[in-house]
Design a protein around this ligand. Sequence first.
Ligand code: NAP
Length: 247
Amino acid sequence: MTPVTRVLLLGGTGDALKIARQLGPASVYSLAGLGKVPEDLPCAVRVGGFGGSEGLARYIESEQIGRVIDATHPFAAQISANAVRACAAAQVPCWALRRPAWQAQTGDDWRMVDDWNAVIAALAPFRRPLFTLGREPLAHLDEIPPHQFWTVRCLESHQDHPRARILATRGPFTLEGERALFALQAFDVVVSKNSGGSATEAKLDVARERGLPVIMLRRPALPDADRAFDNVAGLLEALRQESALGA
Ligand code: NAP
């Protein structure tokens, strides 16, 4: 019989969930524990950190993992670094799904920034920003400048704030839905991570249509994995060739 490769899939993204749906009961889907935990997967699911790269290496060895797949978000740089380091220590291959970054198109007005302080500085001339970079703005609601009203779209719900509206919602977002939201709320700027992928790209199309600037966070540097894929289908095909799916 063909030996089964026990896969540890590091996830927390829609793409990772697609891969998890193709794994078998010997494999493990791992989540940090910030979002929803799926209950309908054919593979095992574990939740929570490993305790750094050393903890991850210990887990790989004790659970006899034969391959690690890093399908975490491109801004989750710590776990990606840990995965490469732990796999090297445990001597198992580390494959990674490295989703291509979005590229500015004709008509785009992107203002590239590297961190929260640069976001705030770039936002100074604007009044009605839409934040789409996760929960970080929630920690700064009491610092909203007097001339601004913030809309913060993120997974977490939060009590109402007199100077902000929190939209607790999860993508994907459609072009029609984004057009309606932008028209209703009259945003004058969008704040985004350069996440890449199609699930949350429509906001950039609508910003372009409306001539709105986008304050875009550059991606963190990620380490080289043993093998990198830029799409789910290619990664699944490679796993299939190694008999690492479904078993
Ligand atoms: P991070 O800074 O790279 O990781 C922080 C710590 O969280 C890691 O050191 C690890 O703890 C634990 N961790 C992260 N992902 C894990 C996983 N899949 N399984 C087990 N432990 C994990 O990550 P982050 O930016 O906080 O993101 C956390 C999770 O949310 C990631 O899995 C990512 O895919 C997902 N996510 C992140 C973003 C984003 O913008 N950052 C957006 C969408 C989804 P230990 O060191 O203890 O092992």
